[in-house]
Each structure stands twice: as C-alpha cells, then as structure tokens.
Write a protein that binds this ligand. Structure first.
Ligand SMILES: [Zn+2]
Length: 77
C-alpha cells in the first residue's frame, strides 16, 4: 500500500488515455487555493498558484506547473 498524497508534485507525463499535456483533450486549469479569497479581500489581481493540465476525458492531471510566465496567462484582472 502506497501512502503518497497527491499534491500535483509527481504528475505523470501522460494520462491513462495516453494524452500528453499539450494534447487537445488536455486543458489547463488554474488552481487558486486559499489565497484567492485573500486577494479578493485586498482588491488585487487573482493569480493562480498553480496550473494543472487536466484531461477532459479521464479527468487525470497530466502535468502541473508553477512557471510564473504560465501563471501570468491565467491571472484575472
Ligand atoms: Zn485522459
């Protein structure tokens, strides 16, 4: 029995359908977490702390990124 807790750190290269992160069936999904409500409170832009690439067919997270350049694309004004 493995006790690894999924925190997106060890995401597989492909989902169970075999799609890679840049496949059409895999969509980037910003994750905001706790700080989203805090940023709303302070009235600043909400920047996701992470972007998960999720397959729409199986729902599996293929890849996660915290690259600032990527996160910036998902920052809401
Ligand atoms: Zn899939």
């Amino acid at each position: 029995m493995t006790t690894t807790t999924g925190d997106g750190a060890a995401a597989p290269e492909t989902c169970r359908c075999g799609h890679t992160w840049d496949h059409k069936a895999v969509v980037p999904t910003p994750r905001y977490g706790f700080w989203r409500s805090m940023t709303l409170f302070y009235g600043v832009t909400a920047k996701p702390r992470r972007v998960d690439y999720v397959c729409v067919r199986c729902g599996q997270t293929v890849k996660s990124t915290t690259d600032p350049a990527v996160l910036r694309d998902f920052t809401t004004e």
